[in-house]
Design a protein around this ligand. Structure first.
Ligand SMILES: [Zn+2]
Length: 107
């Protein structure tokens, strides 16, 4: 699923209350790192739960290369300062594209 992103690579935010895409401003991050936003239209705070694309393709490529070179997802995550789940997701995405992972078929 492809999502609209801005030039900065951030997903366009939409207020979950009034569904406005205008006047959405960042308002810090929650304790779990989700982007908190403020809607200027309906004056509500909300947490932006969508995945914000923060990493460049270079970081992604490097992470995957390190993983392919034998580093664990955890090590790659620590070395690059990228969330482990993000690293694992990239690896899975790539694995799907390149069919690195052979489907486990029972038949
Ligand atoms: Zn709103």
């Amino acid at each position: 699923m492809r999502k609209a992103v801005t030039k900065d690579g951030q997903e366009l935010r939409m207020c979950p209350k009034c569904h406005s895409k205008d006047g959405q401003v960042n308002n810090g991050t929650s304790s779990v790192g989700s982007q908190k936003c403020y809607c200027n239209k309906c004056k509500r705070n909300y947490t932006f739960n969508g995945k914000i694309i923060r990493y460049s393709n270079e970081a992604k490529t490097l992470a995957i290369r390190m993983y392919n070179d034998g580093d664990s997802g955890r090590k790659v995550s620590l070395q690059l300062g990228i969330g482990k789940n993000t690293v694992i997701r990239w690896i899975k995405e790539l694995a799907k594209k390149n069919e690195f992972i052979v489907d486990k078929r029972t038949d």
